[in-house]
Design a protein around this ligand. Structure first.
Ligand code: SF4
Length: 717
């Protein structure tokens, strides 16, 4: 049921917050955003649909709000007021940790101080970020070397040998963590440790779902993860990230989407997140885990007298045999391509054209899927018996829960085998529909040749339609960069919203005076940017000349590691000590050093790649100069991108115009967005890629950029 008053209530909360917050002043763009948020979320038909009833179309607003609009207040104030009025909750999903932290530590506390009705908010994190008390206690108290080796070995396909000295260090660390947990001086959250452990140390003690019996676990009452979940249950506003949002669909970690109001900030990341979330892969050559899983399953199944274990030897043998046959068939079909690495940093790869697998692969693939499914069934029966036994034999609960964890730590690999074989076998049933992207990769892992199979959905839009929008009733998607070539079409297609009936779009200009505040110098090199070697040489020469003029903070964005390496190698000594290179320091330390230097009046220049082109807030002198070394096209060795391009070509479309240019426009607008962060900033941007002004697609890219004053500059002859 909808109420005519809801939009008014939502908007009144926004207006009151703006009026009562010192330092805020009314901004028309921000109010326009708040108005659409209020109207859209008010019209959402929340609630579970009765069986047989049609699912209502979601009410969705897609809002591009330029930098400085103040969009987090524009969506959170009306959405939260409305949720409180409607007795429901708001989920705010972001792409970056930086924005999550801003929301949880700054924006939401400020809003909570202003809104008349109190509300609680909480940050949802993946369960793998919390410690499993049961596993930690086992490792901390275990002095049997084999037991520790066994547990640690579950995580790697081929466990790397570690010295007994390293083992002792780990054991000491686990013991001190268990002690800190017992004394309540640590809350079990990996992020709250002073020095977060390396993945190989954290992995064996992480609270993964597959190894957890939940309320049956004897440590459930003191479990860090479930304690945090209680906070989520009590919160009216939950901040989450896109990965966790998509991976939790159907997992009951977050509130039901059909009864919540959903905000997706940094929404331009949603399509890529969807593709990576629903992609899967399996290892075809390192199968030690399979025997280990089978022997554990047999041992535990015998103990509990589970009848289904009778099939385990057949399925394990079948899996080994057919995975071997599959690997052999792949090597025969794609041997040559799998010998040649894609680049210095990537394994050799062979993509399946059109997603149509050679006939020789089909029988072993079907057999692998069948045996994986059979073995999964047996594991499910054992897991069920374990849960029952824990309930019925509380005295043995500790030991039984440990057995569950042993089984659960390897089960995800079997699930990955099943999911990958299913997607590899997928063929569209309707003509013209998109196939799946399928590819194989091979690399050396020590002495082993590791062959893997991969599959991914091709179109993020259809995946999001099926998995996300089918459950959502009301949502707002927002970002500073959603349009490309001046329209929303590309984003709506990518996000699966193009044909939904209740989708409204709004573009809100930034309040900044870009033409006065920013200058874009389009540098025209003699070398063609497509000729990597000659271009990089000339670009680096021009860049070094420009860097010598920098007076405060600067950011240089590169499109590849190799390009950045060449620029670093060419730095003269007087510049070398002013440059901070991505990955040579943890990101937070690098940014802190940059701030300190600039605040002390020194020159500081950050060299970074794609991840530094987004979400980095460097106002004022921290980024008075921005250098874009080349247009940020997607990496050429992305198999899903290649498969999409192939499919578009086969459907008579032009992948460059339909996919590459619009995606690059969004990326470039993000990069340019690093330059001006407040209405007092002034910045100069230099782009060394002459294609920006010289080509017709460059003109398309320009339409998505802030309207800086543009100057042309030529390399000297
Ligand atoms: S409830 Fe689950 S995550 Fe928590 S301690 Fe027990 S097994 Fe570990």
């Amino acid at each position: 049921m909808t109420s005519k008053k809801w939009p008014e209530i939502a908007l009144a909360a926004f207006d009151a917050t703006v009026t009562s917050t010192p330092g805020l002043r009314p901004r028309p763009g921000q109010r326009a955003t708040a108005t659409l948020v209020a109207e859209t979320l008010s019209s959402a038909a929340l609630g579970k649909t009765e069986e047989g009833q049609p699912i209502p179309a979601p009410a969705i607003a897609v809002i591009q709000a330029g930098t400085g609009v103040g969009k987090s207040l524009a969506y959170s104030a009306p959405a939260i007021a409305l949720a409180l009025e409607r007795g429901t909750r708001v989920l705010i999903s972001t792409a970056t940790v930086a924005l999550q932290e801003q929301l949880v530590h700054k924006d939401l506390p400020a809003l909570a101080a202003q809104l008349p009705t109190p509300f609680r908010y909480a940050l949802a994190k993946g369960r793998g970020r919390f410690v499993c008390k049961l596993k930690l206690e086992r490792l901390a108290s275990s002095h049997a070397q084999e037991e520790i080796d066994d547990l640690l070995g579950d995580l790697a396909p081929v466990p790397a040998p570690i010295s007994s000295a390293q083992q002792q260090v780990r054991l000491k660390l686990y013991t001190s963590m268990a002690d800190a947990l017992a004394r309540s001086v640590w809350d079990g959250d990996r992020d709250s440790l002073e020095t977060p452990p390396e993945p190989e140390v954290w992995g064996p003690i992480a609270a993964e779902g597959s190894s957890c019996t939940g309320r049956h676990c004897p440590a459930f009452g003191n479990c860090s993860y479930f304690e945090r979940r209680k906070e989520l249950v009590a919160a009216q506003v939950i901040v989450v990230n896109h990965d966790l949002l998509l991976s939790s669909l159907g997992a009951r970690l977050l509130p039901e989407l059909h009864s919540s109001l959903l905000i997706l900030d940094e929404a331009h990341h949603l399509p890529a997140t969807a593709l990576s979330q629903f992609a899967c892969s399996m290892d075809l050559s390192r199968l030690q885990w399979l025997d280990k899983l089978a022997s554990r399953a047999l041992r535990i199944g015998q103990l509990l007298e589970v009848a289904e274990i009778a099939d385990i030897p057949t399925h394990t043998g079948g899996l080994r045999q057919h995975l071997g046959q599959l690997a052999q068939a792949i090597s025969q079909e794609y041997g040559a391509a799998l010998q040649a690495p894609a680049s210095r940093f990537a394994p050799a790869r062979a993509r399946v054209p059109g997603g149509v697998l050679p006939e020789t692969l089909l029988p072993p693939l079907a057999a692998v899927a069948e045996h994986a499914s059979g073995l999964l069934e047996a594991l499910r029966a054992i897991a069920k018996a374990l849960r029952t036994a824990i309930k019925e034999q509380p005295d043995d609960a500790q030991q039984l829960a440990q057995l569950y964890a042993q089984l659960g730590s390897l089960a995800p690999r079997l699930e990955a085998v099943y999911a990958t074989t299913e997607l590899l076998q997928y063929q569209p049933s309707t003509p013209g529909a998109a196939p799946a992207a399928k590819w194989f990769s091979q690399e050396m892992d020590g002495e082993f040749i590791a062959l893997s199979a991969h599959a991914s959905p091709l179109l993020p839009g259809s995946t999001l339609r099926q998995q996300l929008w089918s459950q959502v009733r009301g949502a707002v998607l927002t970002s500073a960069t959603l349009t490309s070539g001046g329209g929303f079409d590309f984003f709506l297609r990518e996000a699966g919203l193009a044909d939904l009936p209740q989708v409204q779009t709004l573009e809100v200009e930034s309040p900044f005076r870009y033409a006065e505040q920013g200058r874009l110098i389009a540098h025209h090199t003699r070398a063609d940017p497509r000729e990597a070697a000659a271009f990089t040489q000339e670009m680096v020469h021009a860049l070094l000349h420009d860097l010598a003029q920098v007076q405060a903070g600067a950011l240089v964005l590169f499109t590849s590691r190799e390009q950045m390496r060449q620029a670093v190698d060419a730095l003269p000594s007087h510049l070398l000590h002013q440059v901070l290179v991505q990955n040579t320091l943890p990101r937070a330390s690098l940014l802190a050093t940059h701030r300190e230097r600039v605040q002390a009046g020194q020159v500081s220049i950050i060299f970074g790649m794609q991840s530094f082109g987004e979400g980095l807030d460097l106002p004022g002198d921290l980024c008075a100069s921005l250098f874009i070394t080349k247009l940020p096209f997607a990496p050429p060795d992305d198999p899903v991108g290649e498969a999409r391009a192939d499919w578009l070509r086969s459907s008579g479309r032009n992948p460059f115009n339909d996919l590459v240019v619009p995606a690059t426009a969004i990326r470039l607008a993000q990069w340019m967005g690093r330059a001006i962060r407040t209405e007092h900033d002034h910045a100069q941007v230099v782009c060394y890629d002459r294609r920006l002004l010289q080509t017709s697609y460059g003109q398309q890219l320009c339409k998505s950029l802030p309207p800086f004053a543009i100057e042309k500059r030529f390399s000297p002859h």
